[in-house]
Design a protein around this ligand. Sequence first.
Ligand code: SF4
Length: 436
Amino acid sequence: MKYYIKTFGCQMNVHESEKLAGMLESLNYTKTDKINDASIIVFNTCCIRDGVEQKILGNIGQIKKIKKANKDLIVAICGCMAQADGRSELIYKKFPFVDIIFGTHNIHLFKEFIINFKRNHKKISDIWKEANGIYENIEISRDNLYSNAWVNINFGCNNFCSYCIVPYVRGRERSRNYQEIVNEVEALVKQGYKYITLLGQNVNSYGNDFEDKSINFSFLLKKICEIKGDFKIKFMTSHPKDLSEDVIKTIASNDKICKVIHLPIQSGSNKILRLMNRKYTKEHYLTLIDLIRKYIPDAYISTDIIVGFPGETEEDFMETYNLVNQVKYDGVFAFMFSKRSGTVAEKMENQIDEETKKTRIHKLLELTKSITKQKNENSIGKTFNVIAIEKSEKGFLTMSDSGKTIIVNDELEINKFYNVEITKFAYNKLFGKLVN
Ligand code: SF4
């Protein structure tokens, strides 16, 4: 009995696929990377953009011939797209060979769905309207890529950014009990994981739903730092409206926390931020950047930007461009706005034409490229703490806390942390040598 899982979308989905894999393995299925060899195929879907949905529908269609050749094959579709309004009905109608459909709120029942389907051979479609809790003790089969383990700290989102579907498919914010999180991290560190990445749509609002207001993200970080062992903590994603000075100070004062902060600005224009319903201003955002640089001068700061949001004028775009130039980010993930049905932004007036979006994103990417090049050149002589990940022909590949690859020619042990000084930047690659 073999399983094949295809995951679309973000880290949240990647981790949920690890849970799906864990449940399948507890039923004695083993993993295969060949879809044709599978006795169960699972598509864990995403619906962040309409284009992604079309791609997924195309991929589901391709399973038809595999099912035709193997009548016992079980086909399961889950995740955000399955959860979105009307999509489960659409999938069943378009693809009658699908056996099981479930959403984001009841993934913990996956094992039951398989057992019941095998017993009754009756199609299952179970989409819960509301998320009604947090389910612990789900089996997890982790990918262990670069010794990283994902750990959920909160689920759902209350923010309703006008372009985003997440609050509609993942429900309202729910925070996990901090002791459960600490216990999970402790077990992972004992198993040898070197990076623990805390996951939430908005990690900074961890604990907002608790009565005890002293249990917040800063408290959680400090508790995890008390765990003994050779490991580091990362987290994603932060929201500028909720990131506090207290959290920044906690990051600054604990060696176990990576000095890497992904802080999505989305736009440098207050008018566009209002239309996006982001609930902060450019000025507030820049105050946060100043605080980060004050307490953590060597912080790696990255961001997300949406170019061509409805109503974005050339002046609005230039405000974003100038802000990027001012902050000098270490990493920028820029996207062209694309409509997502079911969101407020879908129906907004003044949609921007594709050509204008392309011109703007190109201009922004040129700027970020030159900043990155400059930053890489400036890093010569600086020391980074890295983990050795692989031996290659060129030397050992190591990875910094921010995910930068640095090639080192000294003898290293895989999965161990080292301090490395950058000696050269050539052909878009960083080279370094071991330091004490
Ligand atoms: S904070 Fe905004 S962009 Fe992020 S998941 Fe919530 S609604 Fe979506």
